[in-house]
Unconditional design. Structure first.
Length: 211
């Protein structure tokens, strides 16, 4: 007789492969049907750099004017609220796609002198700065576009990531010193995923958040 455990494992493999193939085909069809070119240029305040999203060239951080800018760091990075500068450093979200088509967000630090980048947190998103100037991030977070509560690929991914709640019932909010990147305070709460995040966290000082 066949082992029940073997049959279950084989079924999981078949479901995973089929889901991945379906996802890749769907994404490919959507991309082919998108006739609109993209060329967005987002200046990084207080610097000579900009974040560029484009269908003409590589996404990344560029230097120089919009029509003749030069790439200094390739990648899909956050802009506006998803980016903070402090001294010679850029703190920003980096978006990347896994082999199974999940969109993942990490918090990174970029040195503006060397353009070396350092990953500070994985599965985390920078939400902005609070009223007293500290950076506010959410860790243990999957992008909503992945449909984490219902997407079986998210469940598989979470098996490799400790502290990741695919049901998105709560996550950890962290306050970081923008000058050093040091974590100053952390709080695990369902409010981390609230639509009122700005009012609950960003519009308050760190001391108010501490209670």
């Amino acid at each position: 007789m066949n082992s029940p455990k073997f049959n279950l494992n084989a079924l999981l493999v078949i479901v995973t492969v089929f889901t991945a193939i379906t996802l890749f085909v769907t994404v490919g069809v959507v991309n082919m049907r998108n006739p609109f070119p993209v060329n967005e240029y987002h200046p990084i305040k207080g610097t000579k750099y900009a974040v560029v999203y484009s269908t003409y060239k590589e996404n990344g951080i560029y230097t120089g004017p919009k029509n003749s800018c030069t790439l200094v760091l390739e990648g899909s990075f956050g802009a506006e609220w998803g980016l903070v500068t402090a001294g010679d450093a850029i703190y920003t979200n980096e978006y990347r796609m896994t082999d199974l088509g999940l969109v993942i967000c990490d918090l990174i630090k970029v040195d503006m002198d060397t353009f070396n980048k350092e990953t500070l947190m994985t599965d985390a998103i920078l939400r902005g700065t609070c009223a007293s100037g500290e950076m506010v991030c959410v860790e243990g977070f999957l992008m909503p576009s992945n449909s984490p509560a219902t997407n079986p690929l998210c469940s598989l991914y979470s098996m490799t990531r400790s502290g990741l709640d695919v049901k998105q019932q709560e996550a950890e909010v962290l306050w970081l010193d923008p000058d050093t990147g040091e974590i100053l305070y952390r709080n695990t709460t369902p409010d981390a995923l609230s639509d009122d995040f700005d009012a609950i966290f960003l519009q308050k000082t760190l001391e108010e958040a501490r209670g």
